[in-house]
Design a protein around this ligand. Structure first.
Ligand SMILES: Nc1ncnc2c1ncn2[C@@H]1O[C@H](COP(=O)(O)OP(=O)(O)O)[C@@H](O)[C@H]1O
Ligand SMILES: [Mg+2]
Length: 133
């Protein structure tokens, strides 16, 4: 802000020097551009300062996480149940009277890869949501 307020002053003083012949026109132009360079420099410094601040905060957080003690629980590790999944003529509707699944039957064998394939809106997510419930 100070720089911008100083611009008219610099232009005026430079203008006087131009009139008295102490400055040629090129030097006068350069003198007038000086506040612009200073403003740019100040802007760059400010941006660098703020990114430095952000980086040091991130560094603090990362250091905190690294220094955190490892949790040593006495609980047994979680072992999910393992079983076949079978759908036997399953029908489902979100809205009564508008079925999404109609009499679906399939078996997904334990420890085997099973793919649920279908067009968008066919009901794949619905099938998986029903399994999860
Ligand atoms: N929460 C919901 N309420 C009503 N209709 C739904 C809902 N979720 C999905 N549907 C409808 O059920 C049909 C099957 O959706 P979805 O199971 O998401 O299909 P897919 O996963 O195969 O794309 C679609 O017509 C969809 O608009
Ligand atoms: Mg889906």
């Amino acid at each position: 802000m100070l720089i911008w307020c100083g611009l008219p002053l610099i232009m005026w003083i430079g203008g006087q020097s131009l009139i008295t012949g102490a400055l040629d026109s090129v030097s006068y132009a350069l003198v007038c551009m000086l506040p612009l360079f200073l403003a740019k420099f100040a802007g760059v410094m400010f941006v660098d300062f703020t990114s430095y601040k952000h980086m040091s905060i991130s560094k603090q957080k990362i250091t905190q996480i690294i220094d955190e003690k490892e949790e040593t629980g006495s609980l047994e590790p979680f072992v999910p149940n393992s079983f076949d999944i079978a759908f036997d003529k399953v029908s489902f509707a979100y809205v009564p009277g508008e079925p999404v699944l109609e009499s679906i039957s399939f078996t997904a064998k334990e420890k085997q890869l099973t793919a649920v394939v279908g067009d968008s809106g066919a009901g794949k997510s619905t099938v998986l949501n029903l399994i999860a419930k």
